[in-house]
Design a protein around this ligand. Structure first.
Ligand SMILES: Nc1ncnc2c1ncn2[C@@H]1O[C@H](COP(=O)(O)OP(=O)(O)OP(=O)(O)O)[C@@H](O)[C@H]1O
Length: 406
């Protein structure tokens, strides 16, 4: 494809200068031998301080920082945790995610309790085997996986992660997103994992369980996702669970199909309406709609039922979200965009991903990744014939983390 991208910006100047300078300061204190150790550039006495209130200022800073601490062997102190949120400090999902990462790397985790606004993690060796996380709430199992997957990939053998909580939670990937959208994208980086969804669960009860089996890799491959191609099919699921009437699932599905049809006429669409039975606990309704392209790109729009909101509106919201994410002709949706940053930063070589408007979650993940690794990101505006005002290219010269155990 003819592609001509013009350099537009590199995050904010402040972020770029600040993170590059802090990494240089940190690196200058490491010996040549330590730098040659590749991924485990550890120096026991060095602690990288991360301001948890910067940019997006939410839980994602914790997950990316903890995972990179574990993989690079760098001790981190995270301050002002979730300072901008209405309930600052660690919530159960964040605490469980940190404990899981610490468990994976036999680390020492200080200050980690509900409500903590400051924690320290001193990582040890990443080890394979069985690891469990249970926030005892409907906290998202997919966000527990977000924190732990990068670590398990650099373990000394296969890991089984038993993740408990909510499988389909608000403001997080639904488990179906993790399996149908995130997983195939991870395979492009050479990361292979399997998800056994043992019990689906929802807000507020939680109690779900997913077992994820992760195979380690020696190093991550860079990815090239620059050609969207044509949309080939659209599928998904509209579900009700517990006491909610099956009609809600049908209403979500038909409203979603109607909304997509208004914009895209000739696309195969199949969104079955499902009644969750034995493998689910709690009451909920929701929908996820996935679109695939001829070049293997996968996008999703999703929504969960809310009190007082008609099922038709939930279906239409999910469809609108999907449409918004395919209009820019990029290769990843607004959520996958921030979830791939850590893998781009760790890969060996240059990754290029064409995408829609760069989200604040993505900019935040880039900020942390550049602080804790030697990866260099560049964001440019695309101006080829297939792009529009919302089309961007994220490029990353990865740090080439190597799994010392393989
Ligand atoms: N509808 C969705 N589909 C897929 N992924 C999603 C969706 N909504 C949110 N996400 C992803 O979930 C993650 C949410 O991170 P975020 O830090 O906002 O959540 P958090 O840990 O609950 O923290 P906080 O409570 O501080 O906001 C991001 O990676 C985002 O891309």
């Amino acid at each position: 494809m003819h592609r001509k991208c013009v350099r537009l910006f590199r995050l904010t100047r402040h972020t770029e200068v600040e993170s590059a300078a802090s990494f240089r300061r940190f690196r200058s204190r490491l010996s040549v031998k330590q730098l040659k150790l590749g991924v485990r550039q550890k120096m026991e006495s060095e602690v990288m301080e991360i301001d948890g209130s910067v940019m997006e200022g939410g839980g994602q800073i914790l997950r990316v920082s903890a995972a990179l601490s574990c993989i690079t062997g760098t001790s981190v102190k995270i301050t002002k945790i979730r300072a901008g949120r209405s309930t600052p400090g660690l919530r159960p999902q964040h605490l469980s995610g940190l404990q899981l990462v610490s468990d994976l790397c036999s680390g020492s985790l200080q200050g980690a309790e509900i409500g903590s606004t400051e924690i320290s993690l001193t990582p040890g060796k990443i080890h394979c085997g069985n690891h469990t996380a249970d926030p005892q709430t409907a906290g998202s199992v997919c966000l527990l996986l977000q924190a732990s997957l990068p670590c398990a990939v650099f373990a000394d053998g296969p890991s089984q992660l038993v993740l408990k909580g909510g499988t389909n939670a608000e403001m997080a990937p639904q488990i179906d997103y993790t399996v149908k959208v995130f997983k195939p994208t991870m395979e492009k980086f050479g990361v292979h994992f399997d998800c056994d969804v043992r019990l689906r669960a929802y807000y507020p009860k939680g109690g779900g369980e997913v077992m994820v089996t992760v195979n380690p890799v020696k190093e991550l491959q860079p990815v090239l996702m620059t050609e969207r191609g044509k949309l080939t099919k659209c599928y998904g699921r509209a579900f009700v669970a517990g006491v909610l009437p099956y009609k809600l699932a049908k209403d979500m599905s038909s409203a979603a199909v109607r909304t997509i049809r208004r914009e895209i006429k000739d696309l195969y669409i199949n969104i079955p309406a499902l009644q969750e039975k034995e493998n689910a606990t709690g009451n909920a309704n929701g929908i996820i709609i996935i679109a695939e392209s001829s070049t293997g790109c996968v996008f999703a729009g999703s929504a969960l039922g809310r009190k007082g909101v008609y099922a038709e509106q939930i279906g239409a919201e999910a469809a609108e979200m999907l449409l918004r994410n395919v209009r820019h002709n990029g290769c990843v949706d607004e959520f996958l965009q921030d979830q791939v940053i850590i893998f781009m930063a760790l890969a060996k070589g240059t990754s290029r991903i064409r995408t829609g408007p760069v989200t604040q979650h993505t900019q935040t993940a880039i900020h942390i990744a550049e602080k804790l690794t030697q990866a260099k990101f560049t964001i440019t505006k695309c101006d080829d014939e297939l792009s529009n005002d919302d089309t961007f290219l994220i490029e990353c010269e990865g740090s080439g983390a190597a799994n010392a155990h393989m």
